[in-house]
Structures are given as C-alpha cells and as structure tokens.
Design a protein around this ligand. Sequence first.
Ligand SMILES: [Fe+2]
Length: 373
Amino acid sequence: MLNETTQTIRLWETQRQTDGAPLSLPPKAYTDPGFLALEVESLFRGQWLSLGRVDEIPAPGDFFTLHLLDEPLLVVRGDDDGIRVLANVCRHRNMIVASGSGNARRFVCPYHAWSYHRDGTLDRAPNATPDQLALLDHCRLECLRSEIWQGFIYVNLDGEASPLGPRLTALDLVLQRYHTDTMHQVFSTQETWATNWKSLIENFMEGYHLSTVHPQTLAHMTPTRLCQKLDGGRDWTGYRAHYPENFDTEVGNPDLTPLEQRCSTLFSVFPGQVVSQRANMLVYLALQPLNVNEVCVRWGLSVYDRNLSAGQIDQFVDEWKAINREDHSILARVQVGLRSGNAVAGPLGRSDHEGTVIDFHNYLASHLLTGRN
Ligand SMILES: [Fe+2]
C-alpha cells in the first residue's frame, strides 16, 4: 500500500515539473486511506503538532487533557513552572489517569489509586508489593518531547523530530511586533469538519477564495486582490491580506508598523496548524485527521487587549464562527468532488493567490518521498 502511495506522489512530482504549471495534488491524495496512513506516520507522528496555548494553564497544577491521534495526553504546568506533555496512561494497568481540565495537586488513577506528581513522577502506589516497588524506581507517566513557540504548546509523538524553534526563525521576524506569545486566550472549541485535512490547510492558506466564499465576513476587509504571499520556509508558509484604504481599523498595539496595523498575517506551521494573526486578535486551528473524509479541528481565539468587554469578545468569536462555517461548507462539497471519477489535479494560480498551497505541497512531497527532514 505504501509503495503504491509513494508511486502516486512520484508521478505527480514528475508531472508538475514537466507540465510547466504547478498542479494541485492528485485527488487520490485526499481520498485514499493508504495515503493517510503514510501522512500519519511521516507527518503527524514524526513532526511537531500544536496542542494549545500556554495561558490555558497559567498556574502550577493547571492541566488539560486531549487525544492526539490515538494517544491520550495530559498537558500540565509543574511546580517548577515548566509545561510538560505527559502520556495520560497509568504505568500499572494502562488506565487513563486524568480527565477534562482543571487544577490538580496530584493525579490519581481512578482504577487502583496510583498517584502521580505534577511532573509525572510516581507519588504513591497503594498496597504495592515489595516486588512491584522494586520495579517502580523510575516509574512515571511518560514525558513526551514538547516545545513552546510563540505561546503555543507543541508535541512530537515519536520523539525524533529536530527542534521546532530554529526552523521558524524567519517567521519569528514576521511576528516580532505582534506579541503573539502573550496574547490572551478567550475562546476554544473542538469540531469535526467533513473534509480531508489537507484541503483545510490549503483553503486557510490561500487568499484566492476570500472574495467569493466570504462576501459578508471578510471581503470588505481582506479582498483577494490585496493578498500578498510571504517568502515562507521549509516548515511554514504565509501571506498577508491587506486591508483596503477605506477600511477602518482600531489598533491597540502601538508597536506595530503602519503596514502591520492594516493587514492580517496568515501562516501555517506544517503539518497541522493554521493561524490568522491580526493586530488585536489571534485565531488558530490545530488539525488531526480522523479519516480521509474528516478532520478534527481544535480552534481558539486570543486577544491583545485583556480589557475587552464580554460583548466585544463575543463579537470576535461570532465573526470567526461565521467564517469557519463558510469554509466548512465549501470544503465539505470539495470533498464530494474529490471522490468523483472525474476529479483531476487542477492547475494552481499566481503566487499571491495560491503560492502558499505550492509551499505546502513542496513540504508534503519532500517529507512523504524522502522521510524525515
Ligand atoms: Fe476561507
């Protein structure tokens, strides 16, 4: 199965290089479970995936839990103020230890009451025998490789990826005046979208559709004609969506340049994260594929100004719910088209419109064909 998938990518690589115009991925890439299996192994287990924001767990003992692919995870701030991503699986009989979110002095397994400290090390194993205790010297909830970048928490499931921060230094320069890392989360939710995960990344990252898909919500602010691609890197891509002259903005952040005050900066940290950075607001979507036709989307919204009223926050959230509804509706129909016998790898347009999609495809090709980078 994997060989067949690799052959499909190789053929597409050759075609798009010889045809002159950049071609979109072959439809099979969005519908074939074999393709998804390779993506999960090479990209989602092998690379950095965002889990949430540091200010979701501001105090020692604050935690949240989630499932990433098939891995139950516990994200917790320790007494040393460090954030750890722990395997949420008891070392005794593999029960899920923590549930939901909140603050805990220690984590007690609901099965046999083994308890773990906030850093994951074993606290107590009630009634354990001397033989058991002899095996418990280094007993702890497994600590996975994690990294913080711009206020986002990332995990690398297979523990083999090279560090994320150094890969994103060019993007740090783009964001340097936004104060992305200290923006304050006011909303988060989880949804299932009826589309292949790659279509969502491609859609979020191209400005070509803004005027047609979002006539009421975005076109007056970020029309397609004013989109401008950023140079991007191997592990990310981005573009700026500039505002028309007659569009009024309120800017609370005095550090931004006039250009930054009058545009949205959209970027994707590959493979699974897309972000819209505005002067006063940050919206981020973290994706994990459920199957070829569905993707789990955890998305959140943070703000620059911590003194916003509840009404103003609701307005931001409602606006983004509407934008996401419009995109979801289009993408669900694209997925139906991709399953058609008449689906094709279509030609992509100019760089400012769809160059980011080409960057994403280059990333996919290099990782899926050559393995880890
Ligand atoms: Fe959109």
